[in-house]
Design a protein around this ligand. Structure first.
Ligand code: DGI
Ligand code: FE
Ligand code: FE
Length: 202
């Protein structure tokens, strides 16, 4: 069996049916976005498939595995919101379990929840595929699906603002990586706009 088939069988066994379907949805959406933007479609499918590998592991076990098995010491903010830790734990576990060593794939998994500054195209694709895969439904999902294929940075800003707003409404902490990601994407969009304006002048 090839790697994708092996992983798919294991995910179906280990994850809840809903999480399994979500993982397949993110994989397929990421593959499609990668083809659209000229990124590596196979890497995108793989990263999408395993991005939530650690999502259903209970908090206590997550903390224990990260510290004891992977020598990964979460920052204070993530410790306050341990659900954020399924992303870095997933990156550690799929490396160990499936021999996925590609740093770009591991990075996309690790930062799929918060985002970060200077994300690779693959990381952006996984971040946004997580929001728009076919099983997602919320008021603006169709708008975001369209935006994702028009300008991925615009889509990231839209998604991250939605997340930040929701967190603020609930008086929740916002992880610094989330803010770094937002600032970075705003700068990228401003630069793109300035370049376009200069081009239009000529
Ligand atoms: O694992 P999924 O449910 O598919 O999606 P995800 O990994 O993007 O996780 C979404 C959750 O993460 C959602 O409840 C909002 C939360 N989240 C994202 N960024 C931050 C955050 N929570 C806090 N406290 N701070 C953040 O910056
Ligand atoms: Fe997740
Ligand atoms: Fe997800």
């Amino acid at each position: 069996m090839d790697l994708i088939a092996t992983i798919t069988v294991e995910l179906q066994e280990k994850l809840s049916p809903k999480r399994y379907q979500h993982s397949l949805g993110v994989a397929k959406t990421a593959e499609s976005l990668a083809k659209h933007y000229g990124a590596d479609a196979q890497k995108a499918y793989l990263a999408g498939l395993v991005h939530d590998y650690a999502k259903e592991i209970p908090t206590e076990e997550t903390l224990l595995l990260l510290r004891e098995k992977y020598a990964f010491f979460p920052d204070a903010m993530a410790l306050r919101r341990p659900r954020l830790l399924h992303a870095p734990l997933g990156a550690c576990m799929v490396q160990h379990r499936f021999g996925i060593y590609d740093p770009e794939v591991l990075d996309a998994i690790r930062y799929h929840t918060t985002g970060k500054a200077n994300m690779s195209l693959l990381a952006k694709i996984i971040y946004i595929a997580d929001f728009i895969e076919p099983n997602r439904s919320y008021p603006d999902v169709e708008k975001l699906r369209k935006m994702a294929y028009e300008d991925i940075d615009k889509a990231i800003l839209f998604a991250i603002d939605y997340t930040i707003r929701t967190l603020m409404d609930q008086q929740m902490v916002i992880h610094p990586d989330t803010m770094h990601c937002r600032n970075d994407v705003v700068v990228t969009l401003e630069e793109k706009l300035a370049k376009q304006e200069k081009k239009d002048e000529n």
